[in-house]
Every structure is written in C-alpha cells, then in structure tokens.
Design a protein around this ligand. Structure first.
Ligand SMILES: NC(=O)c1ccc[n+]([C@@H]2O[C@H](COP(=O)([O-])OP(=O)(O)OC[C@H]3O[C@@H](n4cnc5c(N)ncnc54)[C@H](OP(=O)(O)O)[C@@H]3O)[C@@H](O)[C@H]2O)c1
Length: 225
C-alpha cells in the first residue's frame, strides 16, 4: 500500500485538461482523487474514463462542493475568469485545507503577454478571498497539460512551489514528485506573481518555436548536492 493512500486530493475543475492530467498521475501514484465539476455527472464520466485507462477505480467524480468536502488537499483548476467566483462559492468548505492554486491569470486574447491582475497574482487573490485559515500554495502553472497525458512517463519540467506555510509547501512538493516532476520550494506566496507570469512567456515561446511543451528546468541545485 502506498503512503499516499490516506490522502485524498480534490480537483475543482478536474474535468478539464490540466486537472484531469494531474489527477491521473496522482491516482497512478497511490493518491485517492475526487474530480470536481459544476456538474457531478460530468465529473463521474471523466472519472470513469480515467479509471478505465488506469485499470483501477481510485478516481471518483462529484460536484465541486462535494469534492472539496471529501478532500484533504484541494487543487483549483479553473480558468481565471471563473477563479474568484469559484473560490467565493467554496470558501466555507475550504476552511482549514491546503489549497493548491494552479490558475494562470491570462487575459484573452493576449495570452502570450504577462497580465498582472488587480491582486497581483491569482494565488494572492485566492488567499485574500479564502482568509488566513486556508493555506494557499502556488504550483504547476508552468506545466503544459500536453506533458501530463502520457502518465507512465516522467515530465521533463520542474515545478516552482510558493507559499507561506512550510508544511503545506512540503505536501505540494510531494505532489509534484508523485506526478513525475521535481518540485522546488520557490519562496513565499508573493513569488507566485513571478511564477504565474512565466506561463504567458512559455506560451509565447511555444508559438515562436512551433512546439506545445516548453517548460522550465531548475539548474544549480541538484548539481551542487
Ligand atoms: N492547460 C494547461 O496546459 C495549463 C497549464 C498550467 C496551468 N493551467 C491553468 O489551469 C487552469 C485550468 O486549465 P485547463 O486548461 O484545464 O482549463 P479548462 O480545461 O478550460 O477548464 C477546466 C475546468 O474548469 C471548469 N470551468 C470552466 N469554465 C468555468 C466557469 N465559468 N466556472 C466554473 N468552472 C468552470 C470546467 O469544469 P466543469 O465544466 O466540469 O465545471 C473545466 O473542465 C487554468 O487556470 C489554467 O490557466 C493550465
């Protein structure tokens, strides 16, 4: 039995590209995962699809509030335009939990240019909406969903993890590793401004170089060990 089996991850917006890709990887590595959706039936259908590919039934589907209720760690994976309203609606249910916010505050159609939202980053806005009893951690914004689909292979990208609670960051670094990546502590939640801002840079480079999976790799740490 994996050490992860006692931890349940809820993925709000888990029917989407990034959330479902991460969910499949976490399930493969032994976490229980509940996909959340505005429509419970859509989440259940996506869970069945992922379970069929995994050959086990560790992923379930529910409406977003039920997914949050069942989870120890909650991942927010919705488009930025739905971010504030989604968090506000789930605020009570999220109290006391670790919230991994992967949202990038893109402003269509200029998705290849940095957009600083009013609160400077989606993660800082999440912390303001949810209050001090929720430990918001920023991660995974720089990992394209295209890398996550082939869940049997590691991803050639690193994950910068920012947050104000060291224990919560450690849990999220474990999630990066469980999903086949290396996670690094990248400082306090205010650093999410820089991490979120890297994603439009990556999207620009994808188009410039006619590829889908530009990512980032940290150098200088592993080499020094
Ligand atoms: N795609 C990537 O490669 C990538 C990489 C890094 C970070 N991200 C970030 O991860 C988040 C999710 O990205 P994605 O590509 O997975 O997005 P997506 O597929 O477009 O949407 C994810 C899910 O969000 C829910 N949703 C959509 N509109 C909503 C609304 N108005 N209100 C509430 N829920 C809504 C939908 O679930 P239901 O309809 O089932 O409720 C949808 O399946 C985004 O913030 C994105 O910036 C994406």
């Amino acid at each position: 039995m994996s050490e992860h089996t006692l931890v349940t991850i809820g993925v709000v917006g888990g029917t989407g590209k990034e959330g479902a890709g991460l969910a499949a990887r976490w399930a493969r590595s032994g976490y229980r995962v509940v996909l959340g959706s505005r429509d419970a039936a859509r989440a259940q259908q996506k869970a069945e699809e992922l379970n069929a590919a995994l050959g086990s039934a560790v992923i379930s589907g529910a409406d977003n509030p039920s997914a949050v209720q069942q989870a120890d760690i909650v991942v927010i994976s919705v488009p930025y335009e739905a971010h504030a309203a989604t968090l506000t609606g789930l605020k009570e249910a999220l109290q006391g939990k670790i919230v991994v916010d992967i949202t990038v505050p893109l402003e269509p159609p200029n998705i290849r240019s940095v957009n600083l939202p009013a609160g400077l980053s989606a993660c800082l806005e999440a912390q303001t909406i949810l209050g001090a009893d929720v430990r918001v951690v920023a991660a995974f914004q720089n990992v394209s969903y295209t890398h996550l689909q082939d869940s049997e292979h590691p991803v050639e990208c690193d994950v910068l993890v920012c947050g104000d609670d060291a224990t919560a960051k450690d849990e999220v670094i474990k999630l990066a590793e469980a999903a086949g990546m290396k996670g690094y502590d990248a400082g306090s939640l205010v650093n999410s401004i820089a991490v979120e801002s890297l994603t439009p840079v990556i999207m620009y480079m994808n188009r410039k170089y006619k590829v889908k999976g530009v990512g980032i790799k940290v150098t200088g740490i592993e080499q020094a060990k």
